[in-house]
Design a binder for this molecule. Structure first.
Ligand SMILES: [Ca+2]
Length: 346
């Protein structure tokens, strides 16, 4: 990650130097840099058996995006991100070529177009303060790929298809992010969505091999649907992941859904969410060390009701107060969680 952090600073430097060196007014306009960004942080307070029973202000996230046109049909974007629990990293850095009005190709580092959450994961882009359970577990948070992505937009159809290094192998599926390939296999995937009036339906797929020997296949599916009116918005997504394990261990399976209903009221909107997750992996889990040291395994079943009040204090400032009723399989635990989040976009 250190290398990426330095890379971020270097890239920012490279962008600002040529700009400073430009003299012609026209040229200056052509490569003008647009800057935007965001800041957010959370306050968490949980019940007795949660990890936040003492109350904690944390999860400071800040991002800055530089984007602009390089030449006719070419543009770029660079997004650097700071996360208090993870340091600096590059969120995106790509060059994009418009092949036609409807088809564009990106090369570089980009957020993987899988499902409805990953490409719009910044706190000001999400109604709920907390990440849905299945999204948190099925793939890495801010899942990024180094490679090529082709995107198209036709009258009622959107699609994105990509290829890159693919995910690696960790003790959980969410630990699979890698920036340098460990095998010859390339990960491929994409999402296709159709929009009919107020409805949208999408299907996403990813496949790749996670280990050095190209033997363990990971497949992810997601189906999403949304319905947006001026009175409410409903969003639902189902995600399923399958990952091969070596013999005699069985395949890992992680599946679940999240449904969210958003009711815009003035000045405070109401959001309700329902989430379920089932995660079984006989081979990995705590103690797993890639490639062959088996862990203690994973066998989890969790669900959550989330209730939230969301206040648009300013057009670019969201204040969220979410209460999660958390339930796990087995004996009941007192681990409900309150999250307050402030998300600001500039
Ligand atoms: Ca690979």
């Amino acid at each position: 990650m250190k290398r990426i952090a330095i890379g971020t600073l270097v890239l920012v430097g490279l962008i600002s130097i040529p700009l400073a060196a430009q003299t012609g007014q026209e040229r200056k306009e052509e490569i003008a840099v647009q800057t935007s960004g965001y800041i957010s942080f959370d306050f968490l307070k949980g019940q007795r058996q949660s990890s936040y029973h003492q109350g904690s202000a944390q999860d400071v996230r800040a991002g800055v995006v530089f984007s602009g046109r390089v030449a006719e049909a070419w543009d770029y974007a660079l997004e650097a991100r700071f996360y208090s629990e993870g340091g600096f990293s590059l969120e995106q850095a790509f060059l994009r070529l418009a092949l036609s009005e409807k088809i564009r190709v990106r090369a570089g580092l980009f957020l993987v177009p899988f499902g409805v959450f990953n490409t719009s994961n910044r706190p000001y882009e999400q109604a709920l303060a907390r990440v849905p359970l299945i999204v948190e577990e099925a793939y890495p948070r801010s899942w990024r790929e180094v490679g090529v992505c082709v995107e198209g937009k036709f009258s009622f159809l959107d699609f994105a298809v990509y290829a890159g290094n693919g995910l690696g192998e960790g003790s959980r599926l969410k630990d699979g992010q890698q920036f340098r390939d460990r095998n010859a296999d390339k990960g491929v995937g994409g999402r296709a969505g159709i929009r009919i009036d107020a409805f949208e339906f999408g299907y996403s797929l990813y496949r790749g091999k996670v280990d050095d020997r190209n033997s363990r296949k990971l497949i992810l599916h997601a189906g999403d649907a949304s319905w947006k009116t001026t009175d409410f918005q409903i969003l639902a997504e189902y995600i399923q992941a399958w990952l091969d394990s070596p013999s005699p261990f069985g395949r890992a399976k992680c599946e679940g859904y999240h449904i969210q209903a958003f009711f815009p009221f003035n000045p405070v909107s109401f959001v309700v969410g329902r989430q379920e997750l089932k995660y079984k992996d006989p081979f990995r889990g705590p103690g797993f060390f890639a490639p062959d040291v088996a862990g203690l395994g994973i066998d989890e079943s969790r669900n959550r009701w989330a209730l939230e009040l969301l206040w648009s204090a300013l057009p670019n400032l969201l204040v969220k107060a979410e209460y999660d009723f958390n339930r796990e399989g087995g004996p009941k635990r007192s681990d409900d969680l309150f999250t307050a989040q402030i998300a600001f976009k500039f």
